[in-house]
Design a binder for this molecule. Structure first.
Ligand code: CMC
Length: 434
């Protein structure tokens, strides 16, 4: 990244005729940014950009998206290649360290993660305080936040060693916490992690095994799970990642920051969409009703949106959705599941993609469109879908949080506002109020 004075923007205040020069900063790829850091000092004005549609909130070297071309790269490697040639542990290492691991590095990293999967036994008590019918995302926000009350030796964000341990702990403990949220909701005993299993195998084991009989992890399901984790691992400055960065900018501990990220992810416009897609498909119920729902999605007076469609950045097919769609066919074929929802989803996609409204607005299926169908086939209840997203995204949050803390230019995030409320006025005593 470079700031080049010759490469600048000139902003003219038409009230005074004064001109201000704003440096232009170029990234390695992608749009340049106008550096407005001195704007207020120079002009007395702020910029206005609700939803950050035109604002780069940080510089980053982790993930790059070209939304027009439908490209997603982690540290330069395409998501398609990572999903087909790599595994989740490798992708975690890559996101955290910038390079793919060699054999020893991978072994060492996997071992470290494996040895952090167990939880402090007292954490179990938190689960018992929740209602059995609690949404597992509500449970996750609570228990992940509570980790800062258990792991005091990894909450000092200024200490790189503590940050490293907290990062490993979060990645390692999320599957255990997520599986426990599921077990608690169905009234089954918690299952402890096993060090002889891979990350994805271990998660399936803790989720689906019971103490009364041996559980054999299906390699097909483990591979599908691993691929789903890879596809959700990071996605640059999305709402939950920005939430983690903003929470962390005050120096808050990593467990609290990731809990904030989970809360943000939960919303239906973000990670909650995978759950909403399945509910929508069930609501549509039959191919014949697709046109009715397409019309509703286009109607400005109807709050209904086609869930799993559209993206702030992708104005082309989400590359993760393409891999997910392929995976969906593979998993269903392997499990011999004939889910009419898959057929319904494909027909909905076909009709939407040929509709002028969706074409004009460049609304394509996103990562959430097909993931729910695979997860359902694998045996996960709908309420667990976003939990799996959170589990996988934890490495992205942690990598972005570390990058922020290590940035020498890092400041507390403190946006400004355009104030439209009342100016200063005199207090009105009660007996004079209308
Ligand atoms: N169905 C119908 N119309 C839509 C949809 C949709 N799914 N998405 C966007 N539009 C329309 C929207 O009404 C607007 O129309 P107009 O310009 O006439 O006002 C236009 O397209 C642009 O939409 P926007 O809401 O201004 O775009 P955004 O960038 O603020 O929102 C989004 C992006 C993902 C929140 C939105 O597309 C959406 O709500 N999609 C459904 C929820 C979903 O699938 N979310 C998962 C996102 S991917 C996984 C993740 O990262 O969490």
């Amino acid at each position: 990244m470079s700031a080049d004075k010759r490469n600048s923007f000139t902003l003219t205040d038409n009230r005074t005729g004064e001109s201000f020069e704003m440096p232009l900063m170029d990234g390695k790829v992608g749009p340049s940014v106008i550096d407005v850091r001195r704007l207020y000092a120079q002009t007395g004005c702020f910029t206005y950009d609700p939803g950050f549609t035109s604002t780069a909130s940080c510089d980053s070297s982790i993930t790059y998206i070209d939304g027009d071309k439908g490209v997603l790269l982690h540290r330069g490697y395409s998501i398609e290649e990572l999903a087909s040639k790599s595994d989740f542990m490798e992708v975690c290492y890559l996101l955290l360290n910038g390079e793919l691991p060699n054999v020893e590095e991978k072994e060492d990293f996997s071992k470290k993660i494996t040895y952090h999967t167990m939880l402090h036994e007292q954490v179990m008590n938190f689960y018992r305080g929740f209602r059995r019918d609690s949404h597992p995302m509500a449970v996750m926000v609570g228990v992940v936040g509570a980790l800062s009350a258990f792991y005091h030796d990894s909450t000092d964000v200024r200490d790189p060693q503590q940050r490293l341990i907290a990062s490993h702990r979060l990645i390692a403990k999320m599957p255990t916490l997520a599986a426990m949220a599921y077990k608690y909701s169905i009234g089954q005993p918690f299952v402890y992690p096993r060090n002889d299993l891979s990350y994805s195998e271990n998660f399936l084991h803790m989720t689906f095994s019971v103490p009364t009989e041996e559980y054999k992890v299906s390699p097909v399901l483990a591979r599908a799970m691993d691929r789903i984790f890879i596809l959700h691992a990071d996605h640059e400055q999305n709402a939950s990642t920005s939430t983690v960065r903003i929470a962390g900018s005050s120096g808050a501990n990593p467990f609290a920051c990731i809990a904030a990220g989970i809360a943000s992810l939960w919303g239906p416009a973000h990670g909650g969409a995978n759950e909403a897609v399945l509910q929508m498909l069930q609501q549509i119920g039959h191919k014949d009703r697709i046109p009715e729902f397409i019309e509703r999605a286009k109607d400005k007076n109807d709050p209904f949106r086609l869930m799993g469609f559209g993206h702030r950045v992708y104005k082309n097919y989400d590359p993760r959705a393409a891999v997910m769609r392929e995976s969906c066919h593979e998993v269903l074929a392997e499990l011999n599941v004939d889910d009419p929802l898959l057929e319904l989803a494909m027909e909905l996609e076909r009709i939407a993609l040929s509709d002028p409204y969706f074409k004009e607005k460049k609304l394509f299926p996103n990562v959430d469109f097909y993931s729910g169908i695979i997860l359902k086939a694998m045996g996960f209840p709908t309420s667990m879908f976003t939990v799996l997203f959170a589990l996988a995204r934890t490495v992205g949050w942690v990598a972005q949080w570390n990058e922020m803390i290590e940035d020498p230019m890092q400041k507390i995030s403190r946006p400004r506002q355009l104030f439209l409320g009342e100016d200063k006025r005199d207090f009105v005593p009660m007996d004079q109020r209308k």
